[in-house]
Design a protein around this ligand. Structure first.
Ligand code: NDP
Length: 241
């Protein structure tokens, strides 16, 4: 298997961290991005100590210049970017009538705008190379809407729409949407209506699959030959409705 240069956003916890572990174990060069750089540093050191190739750079996906610096740094160091995993996301849930407009904007900024910033940063590089792979982490919430999750679902439906457009417009860049169901991570630890958060945490505690299950799906899509595009994967607990 060829060694790839793989950029992962939101690598400081949950699915991004598990994906970094899986891809580093597969022998790839991983470049970790997030805001909590103490976490990224500790993870990179751990992966290197285990024989892997890992580095990290501070990244705020809501800031296009930050994303451009993240991709340009990796490109300068390695001369190419094989894969971008757009994984960073937030989920502060509430009913619409709670009017938590700041939470709405944060979900739009991180989940949707952040994914678009990733595409804007890496697509010119991949088009110039004549190859590349963009993996966008959506959700089962990209396929169905539930109460308290309207805006979160809207961002994830949008990520799927953007991914499909990107796929149709490019014949040399692979595009994969990976959509997890309940997965153990820190996603429900922050923000949103406290009562909703407690209810979602309880459901997640009962059902959630390990983040490594989603990382394995991402690893599978990346491992396919260049002319094989795994367009969509849904990975969820067997017991999730
Ligand atoms: P976590 O909260 O554990 O991880 C989210 C990651 O996103 C963190 O590393 C965080 O890093 C990063 N992040 C948040 N805001 C920003 C930002 N502005 N710039 C850069 N990084 C940011 O949750 P998950 O691992 O579960 O989430 C990963 C993805 O999986 C998300 O897109 C989520 O929507 C999706 N998902 C998760 C499901 C689940 O049940 N866990 C189900 C379906 C989809 P930091 O704070 O250090 O910047």
């Amino acid at each position: 298997m060829s060694i790839k240069v793989i950029l992962i956003t939101g690598a400081s916890s949950g699915i991004g961290e598990a994906t970094a572990r899986r891809l580093a174990a597969d022998g790839h060069q991983v470049v970790l991005g997030a805001r909590r750089i103490d976490r990224l540093k500790a993870l990179a050191e751990e992966l290197i100590a285990a024989g892997g190739a890992a580095e990290f750079q501070e990244l705020d996906v809501t800031d296009l210049e930050s994303f451009r610096a993240f991709t340009a740094g990796a490109h300068d160091r390695h001369g190419r970017i094989d894969v971008l995993v757009n994984n960073a996301g937030v989920m502060p849930l509430s009913t619409l009538d709670a009017l938590r407009v700041e939470d709405w904007n944060q979900m739009i900024d991180v989940n949707l705008r952040g994914t678009l910033h990733g595409i804007a940063s890496v697509l010119p590089i991949m088009r110039a190379q004549g190859y590349g792979h963009i993996v966008n982490v959506a959700s089962t919430s990209a396929y169905r809407v539930d109460p308290t999750a309207a805006v979160y679902c809207a961002t994830k439906f949008a990520v799927r729409a953007v991914s499909e457009g990107l796929r149709q417009e490019n014949t040399d860049v692979r595009v994969t949407v990976v959509s997890p169901g309940f997965t153990r991570s820190e996603l429900t630890d922050r923000g949103g209506d406290p009562d909703v958060r407690a209810a979602v945490q309880a459901a997640s505690d009962e059902l959630a699959i390990p983040a490594s299950a989603v990382a394995d799906a991402i690893g599978y899509a990346i491992a396919q030959p260049a002319n094989v595009d795994v367009s969509e994967l849904i990975v969820r607990p067997t017991a999730q409705r």
